[in-house]
Write a protein that binds this ligand. Structure first.
Ligand code: TEU
Ligand code: CA
Length: 558
């Protein structure tokens, strides 16, 4: 395997709207992020991914981009961004941006020009199609509900539609048109030339389209079929585009490319994340994928930590000889991992520490999502009006249509909603958790902010935050860096349902990471002279056996 600059590092995801508000408008911004760079440095992260900060009408929280080369005024200016980039670099932190290029916003100039003149160059940047037999061109269902086709604005009644896999305000870009691809590649290089270290690449497998738009057999009572089923069928076409993009942009810049690539055929992973892959690495969403959301998000099946372990371990083993994936326990599209996967008795600081050890020490480039490092849990939403996310609102509607009562539908959202992770970062016990001085924040503040916050944990050596610092420091410790970066992943015997135990192995050296989410202690055979590198509670090491208390974890060098 080729050695890369990002190997052995720990990454951190910032959701800019909710990280830190510097000007008191209730919304996070770039100056807010700058004010927290020392916090990130102290935590030990060396790569920071910013969810979209570009000009946007915020229909999908910035994942609808109206100008790829400008900063949204809500977040600040290009000068603020340049300052952030420079100050981050001074602290040894590289910034990666969010590349949302399957679609743009309906407020992008391209789309406005395209609708205004169907013969324009810009009209070729989108998929405009005539209906078939009085119906939209195909029966695909958008990720956020309803048809992927919408009448072209200004041409209503002309049986003319445009394609959007996400909301109707996010028209899909036509990757089959070479000049459009070139525009996107130029834009990527604009940011890389500025000094951005790379990108997290949004929903990228969706760029492949069957130009006949044949649709697929229905997978729901609405007669439609999820767009993601079409995407899964067209991965070869996507591969062609991805190679072009890599050659034109990431590769020549030695940039970090991390893809959000749902539905990758597991047999061709090497093409994606191998030495010559389209990307450097991709997120491991295998546990998240267990919940096929459509056609019934509201009929989600809970995923236990046992199921999480079996699923994630399988994908770790799959990529051992291929490349790296990015372990996560949550992100801005998911509920908090501690609330979602852990048994009730472990949905607390103890559980957060043990889950953190798994996240940081699995093989790959781990991403920590803001607030995870203090053990943030799901936020309690008491009414549908407290949610902001389009996806939450759409799923609430479909739950009611599916026969759930309003209070049942609300409970589903409380478990599943993306807004769970999008509430403001908890900095202190002050007003709005120290996130903002505004009278009201754009999304509600977590109910536990008075006790669950950075200020309360900063100087407490037993806090979740302090434990995360130790985990990251261990991963970077020159003595263990090699094995914790390149060491093979090996599953260990779980011995009980809620135990997540694995080894990292390199050149005959071995490190065990054991997270115990049971409500009783468990024990493992190790060596007589084994050394405890880190543990979240006091562990017993006697006669070659280590005993790990309930809801805790240990890292041992054998
Ligand atoms: O997500 C792509 C994606 O497939 C998920 O949206 C998923 O289907 C959804 O979160 C339902 O849980 C990316 C971004 O991460 C997400 O925030 C955007 O909404 C989406 O793309 C559109 O850009
Ligand atoms: Ca602000």
């Amino acid at each position: 395997m080729q050695t890369k600059w990002w190997h052995g590092k720990v990454a951190y995801q910032i959701y800019p709207k909710s990280f830190c508000d510097s000007n008191g408008d209730g919304i996070g911004d770039l100056q807010g992020i700058i004010s927290k760079l020392d916090y990130l440095k102290e935590l030990g992260v060396e790569i920071v991914w910013l969810s979209p900060i570009f000009k946007t009408p915020f229909v999908d929280q910035g994942y609808d981009i109206a100008d790829y080369e400008d900063i949204d005024p809500v977040f600040g200016t290009m000068a603020d961004f340049d300052e952030l980039l420079a100050k981050a670099k001074e602290r040894g932190i590289d910034i990666i941006l969010d590349l949302v290029i399957n679609h743009c916003s309906n407020e992008h100039e391209w789309f406005k020009k395209a609708c205004a003149d169907l013969n324009s160059e810009e009209a070729k940047y989108f998929y405009f199609r005539k209906g078939k037999n009085g119906l939209p061109p195909d029966n695909l269902r958008s990720y956020f509900g309803g048809s992927v086709w919408e009448p072209v604005p200004g041409h209503e009644g002309e049986d003319l539609y445009y394609l959007h896999y996400f909301t109707k305000e996010q028209p899909d870009l036509n990757w089959n048109y070479a000049p459009l691809r070139q525009k996107l590649f130029d834009m990527i290089n604009f940011w890389l030339d500025k000094g951005v270290a790379g990108f997290r690449i949004d929903a990228i497998m969706n760029i492949a389209k069957d130009l006949d738009f044949p649709g697929l057999p229905a997978d729901g009572a609405d007669g439609m079929c999820s767009a993601n089923k079409m995407t899964a069928k067209l991965s070869d076409q996507a591969a062609t585009f991805l190679t072009m993009m890599n050659d034109a942009t990431f590769k020549p810049h030695d940039a970090l490319s991390v893809a959000e690539a749902f539905g990758v055929n597991q047999d061709s992973l090497k093409n994606y994340i191998g030495d010559d892959g389209f990307f450097n690495t991709i997120f491991d969403f295998s546990a998240r994928e267990l919940n096929e959301k459509y056609p019934a998000y509201y009929r989600y099946r809970p995923v236990s930590i046992a199921k999480w372990r079996d699923t994630i371990f399988a994908s770790q083993e799959r990529v051992n000889d291929i490349g790296f994936m990015c372990p996560i326990i949550e992100n801005h599209d998911e509920p908090r991992g501690v609330s979602y996967y852990l048994p009730r008795h472990a949905q607390n600081a103890d559980g957060a520490k043990a889950f953190g050890a798994v996240n940081v020490l699995l093989r790959g480039l781990p991403f920590i999502y803001q607030g995870q490092e203090i053990g943030m849990t799901n936020t309690r939403f008491n009414s549908i009006y407290e949610f902001d996310d389009v996806n939450a609102k759409d799923n609430y509607k479909s739950a009611l249509e599916g026969g759930l009562t309003p209070s049942q539908a609300l409970e589903v959202l409380n478990v599943e909603s993306r807004d769970n992770a999008r509430t403001p970062m908890l900095w202190s016990s002050e007003k709005n958790a120290g996130f903002s001085s505004a009278p009201i924040t754009w999304l509600k503040v977590h109910q536990d902010y008075q006790t669950l916050n950075v200020a309360a944990q900063k100087d407490d050596e037993n806090s979740v935050l302090s434990f995360y610092k130790q985990l990251i420091a261990l991963k970077k410790n020159p003595q263990y860096k090699e094995i914790l970066t390149y060491g093979k992943f090996k599953a260990l015997d779980p011995v009980a349902e809620y135990v997540v135990p694995f080894a990292r192995e390199l050149d005959g050296k071995m490190i065990y990471v054991i997270a115990n989410f049971e409500d009783t202690e468990v024990s493992y055979g190790v060596n007589a002279d084994s050394k405890i590198l880190l543990s979240s509670k006091e562990v017993q090491l006697q006669d070659g056996r280590v005993t790990i208390p309930a809801v805790s974890c240990v890292v041992i060098e054998l």
